[in-house]
Design a protein around this ligand. Structure first.
Ligand code: G3P
Length: 215
């Protein structure tokens, strides 16, 4: 499983998000690999309308229908066609709001990818029973060195601590070799962003990433 977080990269928001999403769909079909995308809330509706690969929100609030001005309501996210949401990403840490956001996402039937910054935190999150736990050391996010080479120990430790949960790893993941290493170390897939969103040829990068799941 490969999840690409579009974040708010300039070439991954607005009309560009739709084009980039279509590229992901083409490569997913071509390779047979599960590729999902996490898009900005403003782009969810349009993107989910044009692609059939799994679309995730990057965050949802513990908001409901009613008096929640500016809130991202999980039920709306679901109705717009998203299958799930990232929660607690390093760039959107939830602190004490985390349990309420998880409960709201579950209430709406969204698949949860719960982000953790350390193996210890990942272990703590097992009690929430998210569908996926994604471990990303924040200092490596957006950088050139993949977690798989800079800190393989965090992957091994997370696998050990999280038992049979579906573990994704990310930060600095760029190519098929990184993906293959993540899988070899026991992860079920990767979560990445800049390797694709900043690539001159995203399709080529996605094909390479997908090849890492097949070795
Ligand atoms: O959500 C994925 C992200 O935080 C990792 O970013 O750019 O290091 O692949 P990047």
């Amino acid at each position: 499983m490969i999840i690409v977080n579009f974040k708010t990269y300039q070439n991954a928001v607005g009309p560009a998000a739709v084009e980039l999403a279509k590229i992901h769909e083409v490569v997913a079909k071509e390779t047979g690999v599960d590729i999902g995308i996490a898009v900005d809330a403003l782009d969810l509706a349009k993107v989910a309308e044009v692609v059939s690969i799994p679309v995730f929100a990057q965050h949802v609030d513990a908001a409901d229908f009613g008096s929640f001005t500016g809130g991202i309501v999980p039920e709306v996210v679901k109705a717009l066609g998203a299958v799930g949401t990232l929660l607690n990403h390093s760039e959107k840490r939830l602190g004490e709001k985390l349990p309420a956001c998880i409960a709201a996402a579950k209430r709406a039937g969204l698949v949860i990818i719960l982000c953790a910054e350390t193996a210890e935190e990942a272990e703590k999150f097992v009690e929430y029973s998210p569908e996926y736990i994604a471990v990303e050391p924040p200092e490596l996010i957006g950088g050139d060195i993949s977690v798989t080479s800079a800190n393989p120990a965090i992957i091994e430790e997370s696998v050990k601590r999280c038992g049979d949960c579906q573990l994704l790893v990310g930060a600095g993941v760029k190519n098929g070799k990184d993906v293959a290493t993540a899988i070899k170390l026991g992860a079920k897939g990767v979560l990445l962003a800049s390797g694709v969103t900043k690539a001159a040829n995203p399709a080529e990068v996605l094909r390479d990433l997908a090849s890492g799941l097949k070795v």
